[in-house]
Design a protein around this ligand. Structure first.
Ligand SMILES: [Zn+2]
Length: 432
């Protein structure tokens, strides 16, 4: 290790299994906040890295360079699960006590693609209790969209999954630009991916623990519900006590356990929700908007979902990479099986008002269709609003002076037929 490595290693933590063996690496990103990979947390304390539920058990960590034999305890306060395509995979831990004095967060800068070709990273050593340094060069991979890959210098030791969660420095700028995640979890490898530091800091910035830290409010409430602060409204069909998508045409497991991870039905190699595609988990902002679209289902059950991963905002709601139900209202309580951690409400309005950003009737009914309105990703059916828009258009054409003159020339039978069609269209377009 160089002198620079030795001083930088003070920020590096090892995430320990119960046996004391390191499962992976992490590093300080706030006074008492440590970033690591979600899959390293579950490797250390159990659970599935793709679970949308944040693990609650305490995790043992140490700072081998900053303070020898100084084991500490931490808990997960921010959680982005590992998604099916391998992305996501971020966890933020809150240390139960102040870290060693030598450990302060490193200088960081966004990985905007202008960083130099060389990297170095510091991670839990495979042999011995310490921290190991490796270096190499970045390259652009098409495997994980937007994430760069790293190759470890030939002639040096390969790395293992214990380097997942390691801080990655741009060697020239000497700043942390990302966090490593090692795709090969079973053997040693020379290739790892970089989770951009801005993705990590986005999660850190949204955490109550971070707000408590900057405002010096003392201990954050780690049992508080929100990890990601965006909520939406959905309705479901209920089959055998289980939540199912409104239009359930597939036999996937969506919503059965209260969670759903989006898959693109077009088979294209992108991560939902993608720009220019319709994929994603859809939800609404306004209860009455949801009722207009799904009147039958929303009269029986309405849920509040917390959005996870990438989220795209539309005019009337959002589509997200994943979501989980956090609150539920049923017209007849007890139809839906118990879902752990889901709050039940007796009054749907109370539920909607509890969650920031959600409304019951925010604005007048839109006069024109909204192209970005969420439709269920499994429907494919034309929405009611689209139908009304087409009806209004045809009605306007039929009501034009040219059309009336043509109908008079065409004769009474054709004229009467068109008059009836016109009346039906007026009815379709009228207020409900
Ligand atoms: Zn798509």
């Amino acid at each position: 290790m160089t002198a620079q490595d030795v001083s930088d290693a003070a920020v590096v933590v090892r995430i320990l299994e119960s046996s004391g063996r390191p499962a992976g690496t992490g590093f300080l990103v706030g006074t008492r906040l440590v970033a690591t990979c979600a899959h390293i947390v579950t490797a250390a304390i159990g659970g599935g890295p793709q679970s949308l539920r944040r693990p609650c058990a305490p995790i043992a960590v140490d700072f081998p360079s900053a303070a020898a034999n100084h084991r500490m305890s931490a808990r997960v306060c921010g959680w982005v699960p590992e998604y099916a395509d391998g992305r996501g995979d971020i966890a933020v831990l809150h240390l139960d006590a102040a870290p060693p004095a030598a450990a302060v967060p490193p200088p960081m800068r966004a990985d905007d693609g202008t960083t130099g070709p060389g990297f170095r990273m510091l991670g839990a050593a495979d042999v011995g209790p310490g921290i190991a340094s490796v270096s190499g060069h970045f390259w652009t991979s098409s495997l994980l969209m937007g994430w760069r890959a790293m190759d470890v210098e030939p002639g040096t030791l390969p790395i293992s999954d214990r380097f997942s969660g390691a801080p990655v420095w741009d060697a020239a700028a000497n700043m942390v630009v990302g966090m490593a995640t090692v795709p090969d979890r079973r053997s040693t490898t020379r290739t790892a991916f970089v989770i951009p530091i801005q993705d990590v800091l986005l999660l850190v910035g949204s955490l109550p623990a971070r707000a408590a830290e900057t405002a010096e409010h003392g201990e954050p409430d780690l049992d508080a519900e929100p990890v990601v602060g965006v909520y939406g409204l959905r309705t479901f069909t209920v089959i055998g006590g289980k939540l199912r998508p409104v239009f359930d045409r597939s036999d996937n497991a969506a919503w059965r356990d209260g969670t759903c991870t989006a898959k693109c039905g077009k088979g294209t190699p992108h991560r939902p929700p993608a720009d220019g595609c319709t994929c994603g988990v859809y939800c609404f902002r306004d209860l009455n908007h949801l009722r207009r679209q799904y009147s039958r289902q929303s009269a029986s059950v309405v849920g509040v979902v917390a959005l996870e991963g990438r989220v795209i905002e539309g005019d009337s709601g959002w589509r997200a990479q994943a979501a989980r139900v956090v609150a539920l209202w049923e017209r007849t309580p007890g139809v839906v099986d118990v879902l752990p951690g889901v709050h039940r409400y007796r009054h749907v309005d109370d539920m909607v008002h509890t969650y920031p950003g959600l409304t019951v009737d925010s604005s007048p009914r839109p006069a024109a269709p909204r192209p970005t309105s969420p439709h269920s990703r499994t429907t494919g059916a034309q929405s009611t609003e689209d139908l009304r828009y087409v009806a209004a258009l045809v009605g306007a054409i039929l009501a034009s002076p040219e059309a009336i003159v043509l109908l008079i020339i065409a004769g009474p039978i054709v004229g009467v037929t068109f008059f009836v069609v016109f009346v039906i269209l007026c009815w379709l377009c009228g207020p409900r």
